[in-house]
Design a binder for this molecule. Structure first.
Ligand SMILES: *Cc1c(COP(=O)(O)O)cnc(C)c1O
Length: 420
């Protein structure tokens, strides 16, 4: 469910007319509905209302400080994967005791920064990371609260580029070495074992892989306890899919929660979740303008002013996004289009042979379900300015990331002294 609706054939984000917004802020831009962010967080939280749960929103899905502030105000914590994301979360007012730190390649500087911030949990992904964290914490006279991220060797994820829980993926500690590494951690003075962590992938639209992985982890927890480890927390990661409109019907959070409660009932642990896409995905859209309609030899192209640098998902994961005309005209005939951006890459394409009402130069198109892994993945490739992010709340809107000027884009660059 989201808050993009047509009123008299004009697309609105909550109470804001997107045609007027496009005139005010210029295209392309991202627009997020605050109501949807809040709604999705509440649905997730309500599903686990009767259990001890921390929802640590996965910052990399949509990391704007205002987005984090909205979610923090609903009680969410944060799952961060870099010092930058940790800094954002702290600026947004997320309490350190609600922050977990994931990621396969945390640097020593990042570990040190997070230790100083007194975060809730480090999700450690390898033995060398464990050794580094132990050393750094001991130098500071601290004990780092840890979970080891275990790779359960379960296939999941809508696309091979977003599966993370197979034995050949780079993520987590191999299943076969889990108990041994916990034994190593137990002997360390700079770390304190708190729990077990697992995250098997993203855009998962079936409960089965989750259930298979979580059952394996439940067995592991019992084994670890038999080995003498104290396991108080179980971090089950993120990964719940959303409907992108391509026919998949991901499980409702209620069904997901029911399965998890069954699998974990006897464990007596605090549950931690790291949802990203499920919270932010359908809260956002990318609004772009048609620059040209171009007739190729065998197809007709819509060339938008947004490109793959603004929304990478189609190029990166063959992702499907619905395309909605911002102004509907029911008298228009339909045509098949390839919808592309202006970038000099063949993968700069949002849709292939998509049937849309006839489009003209100047028309606006909303690329739907772009709230997660959209703005957070943008780049300035082709020296195109990062596009603005707009937050809507009822009838209000705010520019929560501005479009840089051409000079601002080049701020960090310098001409080598010998070239001056
Ligand atoms: C990306 C990521 C998430 C969020 O995944 P979603 O599919 O957006 O829910 C959670 N945990 C970790 C460790 C991640 O890398």
């Amino acid at each position: 469910m989201h808050h993009f609706t047509y009123r008299n054939d004009r697309l609105f984000a909550e109470e804001v007319d997107l045609t007027a917004l496009a005139d005010a802020v210029g295209t392309p831009f991202y627009v997020y509905c605050e109501a949807t962010l809040r709604r999705h967080l509440r649905i997730f939280a309500d599903a686990f209302a009767d259990t001890d749960t921390l929802i640590a929103y996965s910052v990399k899905a949509s990391s704007n400080i205002s987005v984090l502030k909205v979610l923090a105000s609903e009680g969410a914590g944060a799952d961060v994967v870099s010092a930058g994301e940790l800094h954002r979360a702290l600026i947004a007012g997320v309490a350190p005791r609600k922050i977990v730190f994931s990621g396969v390649g945390k640097t020593r500087d990042e570990l040190s920064f997070a230790l100083d911030a007194n975060i809730y949990q480090f999700n450690v992904e390898s033995e060398p990371e464990l050794i580094a964290l132990d050393e750094i914490a001991q130098t500071k006279g601290l004990r780092a609260p840890i979970a080891l991220r275990i790779n359960p060797d379960v296939a999941a994820g809508a696309h091979e580029n977003i599966s993370t829980g197979k034995s050949e993926d780079k993520f987590g500690v191999p299943w076969s070495r889990a108990r041994a590494l916990y034994a190593t951690a137990r002997a360390m003075k700079g770390v304190e074992i708190k729990g077990v962590d697992v995250h098997i992938g993203s855009q998962i639209d079936d409960l089965a892989p989750f259930e298979a992985a979580f059952k394996k982890i439940a067995v592991l927890i019992n084994d670890l306890r038999a080995d003498g480890c104290t396991i108080e927390r179980l971090d089950l990661g993120g990964g719940l899919g959303i409907p992108y409109g391509e026919g998949a019907t991901p499980p409702h959070p209620q069904a997901y929660a029911q399965m998890i409660k069954q699998v974990t009932a006897s464990l007596g642990v605090q549950l931690i979740f790291e949802p990203g896409r499920m919270i932010a995905g359908n809260a956002g859209a990318l609004v772009a303008r048609v620059i040209y309609i171009k007739d190729g030899a065998s197809r007709r192209f819509i060339i938008l002013d947004a490109g793959m640098n603004d929304l990478m998902r189609p190029a990166l994961y063959d992702a499907y996004h619905e395309l909605w005309p911002v102004v509907k005209d029911n008298n228009k005939a339909s045509e098949d289009y390839d919808v592309v951006g202006p970038i000099c890459e063949s993968t700069d394409r949002f849709a292939k042979a998509r049937t849309l009402p006839r489009q003209n130069t100047g028309d606006l198109i909303a690329i739907m379900s772009a709230g997660a892994y959209g703005a957070s993945q943008t780049s300035q490739y082709n020296t195109r300015p990062l596009i603005p992010e707009i937050l809507v709340s009822g009838g209000r809107y705010a520019i929560i990331r501005k479009r840089p000027t051409l000079d601002e884009m080049m701020d960090g660059e310098a001409i080598a002294d010998w070239l001056r």
